[in-house]
Design a protein around this ligand. Sequence first.
Ligand code: MG
Length: 412
Amino acid sequence: MVTGTATRMTTQPAPSAGERRLTLLGATGSIGDSTLDLIRREPERFPVEAVTANRNVAGLAEAARRVNARLAVIAEPSRHGELEDALSGTGIETAAGADAIAEAAARPVDLVVAGIVGAAGLGPTMAAIRAGNDIALANKECLVCAGQAFIAAAEKAEITILPLDSEHNAVFQVFDSDQADGIEKVTLTASGGPFRTWSRAEMAAAEPEQALRHPNWDMGAKITIDSATMMNKGLEIIEAFHLFPVTTDQLDVLIHPQSVVHGLVAYADGSILAQLGSPDMRTPIAHCLNWPERGPAPSRRLDLAELGTLTFEKPDDGRFPALRIAREALARGTGATNILNAANEIAVAAFLDRSIGFLGIAALAEATLDRMERQGDIVSPASVEAAIELDHAARAVAEELLPEIRAQSYAL
Ligand code: MG
């Protein structure tokens, strides 16, 4: 049994109720879109310092204009000219490259929304933390890849991490930190994804288009594939372990196809508190932007009478081995969860490229962990820099193993 670390989430003094200056890392992704929509509705309350994106210049320029950001930064250095052209005459400052992203993240603001997808978000999010900025964390990979080192950096900087991932935000809303000893269980729900009822044989032949068709949530490609394999829920268990003061065996997953109940906390007296809402990221984002107050979000209001029935099922580790692999990695520590995430990112990209079959995704993650275990390379990173190094090493091993997995992944 391993014990996680409580963040400073509820111990910080509340920021003032007035204006809140924001920076948005990953402005062109799905979290970015939803955040921009909320900002646009209350531009005076949420002035924007900086917006960043990886390579989507047109999307970034549009985002910067929509919220009148002071600064727009594109990660891909060769696209700086394009960005300058797209924003010429607006007075919006532009920059490009990884260092410029880190500098943007470090500009003093009230809250940085960390919405970058994947381990690529670790460096920029760390830059924000080291500069003393509070974080609304959607980038679960920060915790999966760096774990304790990430939390320690946040504690050292005395910043607040607000969980933005919908399940963790739900748990945050009903987790009474003052009564942590009276908490028995934390449950994250999962929709089950598009293959919830599929057999292994059907999944072996699944095409990327089928895996990208999520029944409830409209998200980016990476996380949608992670939902189909259920690796997303595995990563979220790891994320929850670091965000809340719970042990690994207090963390549970429940399949809930309607995606209405997002997270539940069970207490010693038999009470269960849950957060419900439409599957719309604007609700958890609005919760973070306004915390500890409440502010408006235009998400569709739940009509429980209209819904009528909510259903729940146990997850099936046999058909969805990613959950088991993620739990085993969590038990082995952050070295293993880091490798798991890196291998999974390589595997998802390979599946979208049609280089491996759907079942090859979990298989590659497990094979990479096994190989690195045999080589004695599973070492928990002592710093965020070490986490980034391990991530790169794991990607190289996963790439090496790809041909082997390709050969078997359609027949698993
Ligand atoms: Mg989630």
